[in-house]
Each structure stands twice: as structure tokens, then as C-alpha cells.
Design a protein around this ligand. Structure first.
Ligand code: HEC
Length: 244
């Protein structure tokens, strides 16, 4: 059987017998493969242009994002909605690359012990998040999420914020000098606004400089900018993906 295969491929066999020709042909084949693999990497820049309306994180949101990373929230929460109907119905429009163009480092995640958070922004009032972080069981009975009560007592550390913003600018986020230099002051101003809203919602009046306020700013921003249009979502949900 093997012999027959060799006979049927006699021409190939002959080429294999010419080391130089065979080497040249092999290199050519590899080169074509390499170009095919690499070309998308060079084109990908266009795909990553942010959607209109997508703004880079504000300084306070950068601080909140750092807390999200520090506390390891991404071990239980993804931030990426896939184009399957059950996800669209539960979480909203699927996440697009252009929408997450400013995600550095990205927090898409791969594990969902808790729900996806890509569009949690605006889903609850600030106070809900404060209570939920202090004790998840107080807002979500039977929740297995751990409590993070220290976020309500620890003071926000804004000393390194300008440096962080500068670093983010180096990797492509379009921050102005003014935003970088005044990062801490801008963060404090936004925190004051959020803290006042928490008080309006009946929450405690001492959170303006606490870590929780930065985290709330970050969470409330998630998915509120540059979502895919309903038309795009309809196409994706009709053209594949398992139904619930
Ligand atoms: C051990 C896994 C785990 C970790 C770690 C975790 N969570 Fe959760 N989270 C959950 C689960 C489970 C739920 C669903 C029940 C609930 O609402 O508490 C949830 C719910 C949430 C919700 C509400 C989502 C919605 O759409 O209702 C938010 C917001 C949230 N978590 C934020 C965080 C943040 C911020 C952190 C880090 C400080 C964090 N979580 C860490 C498991 C986790």
C-alpha cells in the first residue's frame, strides 16, 4: 500500500531527490505561509481604532481599574460578551475590539464564577455597589462573592496616578499633558461628585477619598461607550451561535 502511494506520487519523489530544488521549494512554501500568518498582524491596527464615542479612562477610573486588578476581580468576572444569543439576551450587545481599544492591560478574562461585567455600568445605583462590595449578601442573597469591606475604609492612593497615566499614554492612550499632570486633582473632583451622588442615594457621607469611590467610578463606566449597533448584534445573533 505504501509502495503504491510512492508510485502514485512519483513526481514528488523525484523532486525530493534534488536537494537544492527541494530546499528552494520548501523555503518558498514556508515564506507563503509566513506572509499569510503575518499580514493580519500588520493590518490589525485599523481594526483597533476606537469606536466613535469611546473615551480613554478618566484618572479616577484608572485608579478604580487598578483596584479591580489588585483585588483580582477578573479571576471571577469576565469583561467580554460573546456573540451568542444567550449572552446578548443576558448581558447586551457583544463586545467589539474597537470598543475595547483602550483596554491596557485587557481584562476580558476567561472565567465566570460571577456574571460578565462588560456592561454593568449604569445597571445599579452607586450605593448598590457600595453595599455589594461591603457585603455581597446584603444585595444579592446567597451570593458566593467575597466581601471587600476595606474598600470603604482605605484611603485612595493617588500619588502614583500621574505616573500611571503617563505610562498609559506611552502605550497609546491619548491623554493630554493637563490630564497627566493634574491626574490626582481631576480624580478628586470626580470622586467628590460620585460621593455626593452616593449621599443623595442615602449612603454614608465619608467616601469621597475612599477606594470604593474609585472602584464605583470604574464599574459605572463599563460598557457605557461605543457599544455595537443593534443591527450588528441582530446579524450576529441570527447567523450562528447556539440558541438558549
Ligand atoms: C469568588 C468569585 C468572585 C470574586 C473574586 C469577585 N466576584 Fe463579583 N460576583 C461574584 C458572583 C458569584 C456574583 C453574583 C452574585 C452577586 O451579585 O453577588 C458577583 C456579582 C458581582 C457584581 C454584580 C453583577 C451584576 O450584573 O449583577 C459586580 C458589580 C461584581 N460582582 C463586582 C466585583 C468586583 C469589583 C470584584 C473585585 C473587588 C469582584 N466582583 C470579585 C463572584 C466574584
Amino acid at each position: 500500500m505504501f509502495n503504491r502511494f510512492i508510485k502514485a506520487n512519483g513526481r514528488h519523489r523525484r523532486i525530493e531527490g534534488w536537494p537544492l530544488v527541494f530546499t528552494v521549494l520548501t523555503v518558498l512554501a514556508i515564506l507563503v505561509g509566513t506572509v499569510v500568518e503575518f499580514a493580519p498582524l500588520f493590518l490589525v491596527d485599523q481594526g483597533m481604532a476606537p469606536n466613535p464615542g469611546v473615551e480613554p479612562w478618566t484618572p479616577l477610573e484608572v485608579a478604580g481599574r487598578e483596584l479591580y486588578i489588585r483585588e483580582g476581580c477578573n479571576n471571577c468576572h469576565s469583561q467580554m460578551i460573546r456573540p451568542f444569543r444567550q449572552e446578548l439576551e443576558r448581558y447586551g450587545p457583544f463586545t467589539t475590539p474597537a470598543e475595547t481599544a483602550y483596554e491596557t492591560p485587557f481584562l476580558w478574562g476567561s472565567k465566570r464564577t460571577g456574571p460578565d461585567l462588560a456592561r454593568v455600568g449604569g445597571k445599579y445605583p452607586h450605593l448598590w455597589h457600595v453595599r455589594h462590595m461591603e457585603n455581597p449578601r446584603s444585595t444579592s442573597p446567597n451570593s458566593i462573592m467575597p466581601p471587600y469591606p476595606w474598600l470603604l475604609t482605605r484611603t485612595m492612593d493617588l500619588d502614583g496616578l500621574s505616573g500611571q497615566m503617563r505610562a498609559l499614554r506611552t502605550v497609546g492612550l491619548p491623554y493630554t499633558d493637563e490630564q497627566v499632570d493634574n491626574a490626582a486633582a481631576l480624580a478628586r473632583a470626580q470622586a467628590e461628585t460620585i460621593a455626593a451622588e452616593i449621599v443623595e442615594q442615602g449612603g454614608p457621607d465619608r467616601l469621597a477619598d475612599r477606594e470604593i469611590t474609585a472602584l464605583v467610578a470604574f464599574l459605572q463606566r463599563l460598557g457605557t461607550m461605543g457599544a455595537a449597533s443593534t443591527a450588528e448584534v441582530a446579524t450576529a445573533s441570527n447567523s450562528g451561535g447556539p440558541t438558549p
